[in-house]
Write a protein that binds this ligand. Structure first.
Ligand code: NAD
Ligand code: MG
Length: 382
C-alpha cells in the first residue's frame, strides 16, 4: 500500500533512510522536519516536494524559507511547526525519528490525530510509555516499531492470538564497541572510539548509548511498554553478530526469531507497509556467508547504565523519565568532551538518587522529571 509520510527528523540517520525507502517503494512525502540542517532540508524538499518543511530552530527556518522561496513549499519553525507536521491532514503515517524527549509531543500529536506512527523515537516510550500506549489505544492510532529489535519482535508476533501465548521476549544486543572490556579499560576510552559502532551506522546519541549499553536498557523499557510485558518476561542476550534481531518464546517453548542484515531500511519499510510486505532497498542476508551465531549474558556490572535502566524498569513511575533525561544530558556533555565515558553512568546514577519518583505520572510530571534530571546532571558537573 502506498503511504503518505510526514518524516519527523528527516535529516537524521533514520530520517534519511526513511526517505530512501520512500523513494524506492514509491511512498509520498508530505512533510519533513529538521532541527538545524538547512542545506539537507533544501535538498530533501527539492527531491520529494513535500507540502511542508519545518526547521525547529528559528534561524534555520528563516534561512530555509529564503532558500525555498521559489518552490512555494510552506516553511515553519519551532514546536508549533513540529506539531503541525505531526498533524498534517495529508499524511496518513508519521515517522517519529526525532532523537530524545524532544520527540514526545510531536509523537503524541500524531497519535491524537489517529495517524499510523512508525516509531523510532524510543525515548518517547521510555519517558511516557504507559501514557502514550493508552492514548494510542483510545484514538485507534497504530504504533508500529522501527527499532530493529522491536520490529523483530513485532514480526514474530504476527499471527499470535493473545499475549497469554507469549512466554518471553528475547532482545538481542550487539554488545557495542567495548564488549568484554573491564571498568579500568572503560575509564580510558575516548569519544572517537565510542562513536565507532561495530555493526550499525547511527546518530551520535544512540551510538554512545550503544557503547554504554544504555541503549539496551532503553530498549528493555521500550519493549515493556510496546508489548505490555512485565520485566521478568523480557531477557537481554548479547549477540555479537547482529544477525538475529530479536526473538519471541511462546508458551509451548517454540522460539521464533527474525534474521536479516544490519540494515534499518527493512524495519523502517515494514513499519510503513505492515501487515503487507513489499520489495525494498534493504540488503539481503546471505546465510552461507554468515559467521556462527553466538549468544551470551550481558555484563551489567561493568556496564552500569544497563543495570540502572533495569532498576528503573522495575521501579516504574517517573524513574524512567529521570533515567532518560539524565542520560541525554550526560551524553551531550560527553560529546562536548566535558566528561569521561564512565561519568555518564555516574551522573545518571546521581540524578536517580536525587530526583524523587512519582507514580502514575501525567505529562507534566514527566516533563518535570526530565527537567529535574537534567538539572541534577548539570549541578553535579558544575
Ligand atoms: P540522528 O541524531 O541521526 O537524527 C536525529 C533527528 O532529530 C535529526 O533529524 C535532528 O534534526 C532531529 N532533532 C534533534 N533534536 C531536535 C529537536 N530538539 N527538535 C527537533 N528535531 C530535533 O538520530 P537517529 O540515529 O536517526 O535516531 C533517531 C531516533 O531513532 C532516536 O530516538 C534513536 O534512538 C532511534 N533509533 C535509531 C536507530 C538508527 O539506526 N539510527 C535505530 C533504532 C532506533
Ligand atoms: Mg535497537
Amino acid at each position: 500500500m502506498k503511504r503518505t509520510l510526514s518524516v519527523l527528523g528527516s535529516s537524521g540517520s533514520i530520517g534519511r533512510q526513511t526517505l530512501k525507502v520512500a523513494e524506492a517503494c514509491g511512498h509520498d512525502v508530505a512533510a519533513i522536519t529538521v532541527n538545524r540542517s538547512v542545506e539537507l532540508a533544501e535538498d530533501q524538499v527539492r527531491r520529494f516536494r513535500p507540502r511542508l518543511a519545518v526547521a525547529a530552530d528559528e534561524e534555520a527556518a528563516a534561512a530555509l524559507r529564503i532558500r525555498l522561496a521559489d518552490t512555494g513549499v510552506k516553511v515553519l519553525s519551532g514546536r508549533e511547526g513540529l506539531l503541525e507536521a505531526a498533524a498534517l491532514p495529508e499524511a496518513d503515517t508519521v515517522v517519529a525519528a526525532i532523537v530524545g524527549v524532544a520527540g514526545l509531543l510531536p509523537t503524541l500529536t500524531a497519535i491524537d490525530c489517529g495517524k499510523r506512527v512508525a516509531l523510532a523515537n524510543k525515548e518517547t516510550l521510555v519517558c511516557a510509555g504507559e501514557l502514550v500506549m493508552a492514548r494510542a489505544g483510545e484514538r485507534g492510532a497504530e504504533i508500529v516499531p522501527v527499532d530493529s529489535e522491536h520490529s523483530a519482535i513485532f514480526q514474530c508476533l504476527q499471527g499470535c492470538q493473545s499475549r497469554g501465548e507469549v512466554r518471553r521476549l528475547i532482545i538481542t544486543a550487539s554488545g557495542g564497541p567495548f564488549y568484554g572490556k573491564s571498568c579500568k579499560e572503560l575509564s580510558l576510552v575516548k569519544k572517537e572510539q565510542a562513536l565507532r559502532h561495530p555493526n550499525w551506522s547511527m546518530g551520535a546519541k544512540i551510538t554512545i548509548d550503544s557503547a554504554t549499553l544504555m541503549n539496551k536498557g532503553l530498549e528493555f523499557i521500550e519493549a515493556m511498554r510496546l508489548y505490555s510485558m512485565p520485566p521478568e518476561r523480557i531477557q537481554i542476550v548479547v549477540h555479537r553478530e547482529s544477525i538475529v534481531h530479536s526473538l519471541v518464546e511462546f508458551a509451548d517453548g517454540a522460539i521464533l526469531a527474525q534474521l536479516g542484515s544490519a540494515d534499518m531500511c527493512l524495519p523502517i519499510q515494514y513499519a510503513l507497509t505492515w501487515p503487507e510486505r513489499t520489495p525494498g532497498p534493504a540488503k539481503p542476508l546471505d546465510l552461507l556467508s554468515c559467521p556462527p551465531l553466538t549468544f551470551q549474558a550481558p555484563d551489567t556490572e561493568t556496564f552500569r547504565c544497563l543495570r540502572l535502566a533495569l532498576e528503573c524498569a522495575d521501579r516504574g513511575g517517573t524513574s524512567t523519565a529521570v533515567l532518560n533525561g539524565a542520560n541525554e544530558a550526560a551524553v551531550a556533555l560527553f560529546l562536548e568532551d566535558k566528561i569521561s565515558f564512565l561519568d555518564i553512568a555516574r551522573l545518571v546514577e546521581a540524578a536517580l538518587d536525587r530526583v524523587p519518583v512519582k507514580d502514575n505520572p501525567g505529562l507534566n510530571d514527566i516533563f518535570e522529571a526530565d527537567r529535574a534530571a537534567r538539572e541534577a546532571v548539570y549541578q553535579s558537573v558544575r
